[in-house]
Design a protein around this ligand. Structure first.
Ligand code: FAD
Ligand code: NAD
Length: 471
C-alpha cells in the first residue's frame, strides 16, 4: 500500500543545491518535503571539494617535510595510510555537519528514498520496497551528478575507482593512473604525487584543467609535468596487467596499481523518468529551463545544481538552489542576475579563470594584458617566476571581460578579478585602486597597464591617477 503526501514544495536532493533551496522554502514557511536516497552529507563535503582540498593540503605538508637526502622515491606506507586516515576523519567532520544540517532543517519532512516522476507534480519515492506518492504544487530537482565511468573501462573495472570511491579507500596504492586531467584529475594527481605516490595522468585533450588559454596551458604543463607524468592529446588504452592496469598511449606505457576515472560528471536526471512524465528535454536529456529563474519551461518545476549539466561548481549550486527555492514559493518567478564565471583549480600554483574565457571571446575585439612572474618581485622571491596572468579587455574601451592565469594562491587574484569584471571595471578604473609592494597583486597592476598601453584612447594622466574633479 502507498503512503501519500500532499505538500507545497518537494525538493529532490539534499545536496548543496537542495539545502539552499530548502532554506528559501523554510523562510517562506511553506510546507515541504526533502527527498534524498542517501547517503546524506553532500557531494561537496563527502567526495568533492572538501576531501580533495584536504588531500592537497596533506600533499603540500608532505612536500615541505620531504627530506632531500631521501630521493629514492620510496613511500613510507604506514605513514601514508596514517595521513590518509586522519584526512578521512577530517572529511567525516564536514560530511557529518552537512548531513546533520539536512536532518535538522527538514526534521520529519525528510523522506528517504529514490524519487522518480509520474507526472510533473507527482513523485514516486521508493525505499526498500516501500513506496510513497508525493503530490506537490511545485517541485525542485536538485539531484546532482555522478562520475562518468564509460564502458571501455569494463575490463579494468576491478582496479578502477572514481572520486565516489577514492576517498573511501582504506589504503592508498603505490602508483595510480589518472584518466582525464580536468580539475579533478589535476588536483588529485598532484595531491597524490606530493604524498609520494607515482602518478601517470592522461587526457585526450592537449589542455590540462580545462585551460582555454594556450600560453597558460603551456606554462602549466611545464610546471606540473615535473611532478606527475602528463600524457596529453592522444587516446590512452587500458588493459589488465599483473595486479593492476597497463596504460598505453602512442609509444608510452606504464603499469599502475589503480586507475582513477576523472572523465567528467553526468547529470543524474536520467534516473527521474522525465521523458515519460512529460518534460520537454533537449538533445542531452536536460529539460529546457530559464537560468535566471531556474524554472523548467512551462512547468511548476525548477532545476538547481550539478543536474543542470553546466557550471558544476559549489557556488553555482548554492546560487541556483536559492533561486529555485525562492521562486518555488512565489506566484510568479523573479529573474535573478547570475554571477560572472569563476573557476579555480587548487593545483598550487593555482590555475584560474574569471569572467569570459579566451575561447569565448572574439580575438579581434579584445586586448590581452600580460603579466609574468619573472617581472614580479614577490613571485621571484617565492620561486614562482613561471607565474602568468592574462587579462582580456574590450579593445575599444578597456572594459574587463575575463582573466586567466597560474600563480601561487591565485584563488585571491581570481576573486579580485571576478569581482572587478562583475562590477564593470575598466583597466583604467581598476588601476586607480591601491596596490601594495611587493605583492602578487602587482601582476594585476602590470597586466592592466599593459591593456591601457594598447588602448586606442589613453588617459592623459599617469597610470592609476585621476584628477579630483574627474568622473
Ligand atoms: C572531486 C570533486 C572536487 C570538487 N571540488 C570543487 C571545488 O573545489 N569547488 C567547487 O566549487 N566545486 C567543486 N566540486 C563540485 C561540487 O562538489 C558540486 O558542484 C556540488 O557538490 C553539486 O551540488 P549538488 O547539490 O548539485 O549535488 P549533490 O551534492 O550531489 O546532491 C545531490 C543529492 O541528490 C540525491 N539524489 C540523487 N538522485 C536522487 C533521486 N533520484 N532521488 C532522491 N535523491 C537523489 C543524492 O543522494 C545527493 O544527496 C567538486 C566535485 C568533485 C567531485
Ligand atoms: N577546484 C574546483 O573547483 C573543482 C575541482 C574538482 C572538480 N570540480 C568540478 O567537477 C567537475 C568534474 O571534474 P572532472 O575533472 O571530472 O571533469 P572535466 O570535464 O573538467 O574533465 C574531464 C577530462 O576528461 C578528459 N577526457 C574525456 N574523455 C577522455 C578519454 N577517453 N581519455 C582521456 N581523457 C578524457 C577531458 O578532455 C577532460 O579534460 C568539473 O567540471 C568541476 O566543475 C571543480
Amino acid at each position: 500500500m502507498h503512503k501519500t503526501i500532499h505538500t507545497d514544495v518537494a525538493i529532490i536532493g539534499a545536496g548543496t543545491a537542495g539545502l539552499y533551496a530548502l532554506r528559501e522554502v523554510r523562510r517562506a514557511n511553506k510546507p515541504f518535503v526533502l527527498i534524498d536516497k542517501g547517503p546524506l552529507g553532500t557531494t561537496c563535503a563527502r567526495v568533492g571539494c572538501m576531501p580533495s582540498k584536504l588531500t592537497l593540503h596533506a600533499g603540500a605538508i608532505q612536500r615541505l617535510q620531504q627530506n632531500p637526502a631521501n630521493q629514492s622515491g620510496t613511500v613510507d606506507a604506514d605513514k601514508l595510510n596514517n595521513t590518509w586516515a586522519q584526512l578521512q576523519a577530517q572529511r567525516d567532520f564536514f560530511a557529518n555537519k552537512a548531513s546533520n544540517m539536512a536532518i535538522s532543517a527538514a526534521q520529519d519532512q525528510l523522506l528517504t528514498g529514490t524519487a522518480r516522476f509520474l507526472d510533473p507534480t507527482t513523485l514516486e519515492v521508493s525505499n526498500n520496497g516501500q513506496t510513497t506518492l508525493v503530490h506537490a504544487k511545485k517541485v525542485i530537482i536538485a539531484n546532482g551528478s555522478r562520475p562518468a565511468v564509460p564502458g571501455w573501462l569494463d575490463p579494468v573495472l576491478k582496479y578502477t575507482v572514481s572520486t565516489d570511491e577514492l576517498f573511501e579507500l582504506k589504503e592508498l596504492p603505490s602508483s595510480i593512473g589518472i584518466l582525464g586531467l580536468g580539475a579533478i584529475g589535476m588536483e588529485m594527481g598532484l595531491a597524490l604525487a606530493r604524498l609520494g605516490i607515482k602518478v601517470v595522468g592522461a587526457d585526450l585533450s592537449p589542455a590540462i584543467a580545462g585551460i582555454a588559454d594556450p600560453q597558460i596551458n603551456e606554462q602549466a604543463i611545464a610546471r606540473f609535468g615535473q611532478e606527475m607524468e602528463l600524457w596529453l592529446g592522444q587516446p590512452t588504452a587500458v588493459s589488465l596487467a599483473d595486479k593492476g592496469v597497463l596504460l598505453q598511449s602512442g609509444n608510452r606505457q606504464a603499469r599502475v596499481d589503480l586507475l582513477l576515472a576523472a572523465l567528467g560528471r553526468r547529470p543524474n536526471l536520467d534516473s527521474l523518468n522525465l521523458q515519460e512524465a512529460g518534460f520537454p528535454l533537449n538533445e542531452k536529456g536536460i529539460p529546457t529551463f530559464n537560468p535566471h529563474t531556474m524554472q523548467i519551461t512551462g512547468l511548476p518545476v525548477f532545476l538547481a545544481g550539478d543536474c543542470t549539466g553546466s557550471k558544476t561548481l559549489m557556488h553555482e549550486a548554492s546560487a541556483e538552489g536559492s533561486i529555485a527555492g525562492f521562486n518555488a514559493v512565489q506566484d510568479s518567478p523573479v529573474c535573478f542576475r547570475r554571477m560572472v564565471s569563476l573557476g579555480i583549480a587548487f593545483t598550487d600554483p593555482d590555475i584560474f579563470s574569471a569572467g569570459a574565457s579566451k575561447a569565448e571571446l572574439d580575438k579581434h575585439n579584445i586586448i590581452t594584458g600580460l603579466a609574468e612572474g619573472g617581472s614580479n618581485g614577490r613571485a621571484r622571491i617565492l620561486s614562482e617566476a613561471d607565474s602568468l596572468l592574462h587579462i582580456y579587455a574590450d579593445a575599444e574601451n578597456g572594459t574587463l571581460l575575463g582573466a586567466a592565469g597560474m600563480a601561487p594562491h591565485a584563488e585571491h587574484l581570481a576573486h579580485l578579478l571576478a569581482w572587478a569584471i562583475q562590477r564593470g571595471e575598466t583597466a583604467v578604473s581598476l588601476l586607480q585602486m591601491p596596490f601594495y609592494h611587493p605583492v602578487l597583486e602587482e601582476m594585476v597592476q602590470s597586466a592592466l597597464q599593459d591593456i591601457v598601453r594598447q588602448l586606442p584612447h589613453k588617459p592623459a594622466w599617469p597610470f592609476g591617477l585621476a584628477p579630483v574633479n574627474h568622473h
